[in-house]
Design a protein around this ligand. Structure first.
Ligand code: FES
Length: 105
């Protein structure tokens, strides 16, 4: 279980508990966090679940690779710290994780 904080562009924060094995996207959708659309349901095929990993966490979470990296080309204003939130599975190690929700998806 990890507590994850989603920070909106207006700095509103949503703190949610996400069980191990679920993705960041699952945590957002299950807790009605605004701004994560996840239109493909987590299949790495839509890029509407993008988040920017907080700088303090990026090294631990790591960069996107493979298909996820390719899909990020279709995301709204991708950055170096972008990840598709459906592709990051939660473990206890991610307790306290902070991610930023893009202005659009
Ligand atoms: Fe579609 Fe993540 S939910 S790529």
């Amino acid at each position: 279980m990890a507590k994850i904080t989603f920070v909106q562009t207006d700095v509103t924060k949503n703190e949610v508990d996400v069980p191990n094995g679920q993705s960041i996207k699952d945590g957002a959708i299950n807790n009605l966090v605004p701004g994560i659309l996840a239109e493909c349901g987590g299949a790495c095929a839509c890029a509407t679940c993008q988040v920017y990993i907080d700088d303090a966490w990026f090294e631990k979470v790591g960069p996107a690779k493979g298909v996820e990296k390719d899909m990020l080309d279709f995301a709204f204003e991708p950055k170096e710290t972008s990840r598709l939130s459906c592709q990051v599975d939660i473990t206890d190690d991610f307790d306290g994780l902070v991610v930023h929700v893009p202005e659009e998806q």
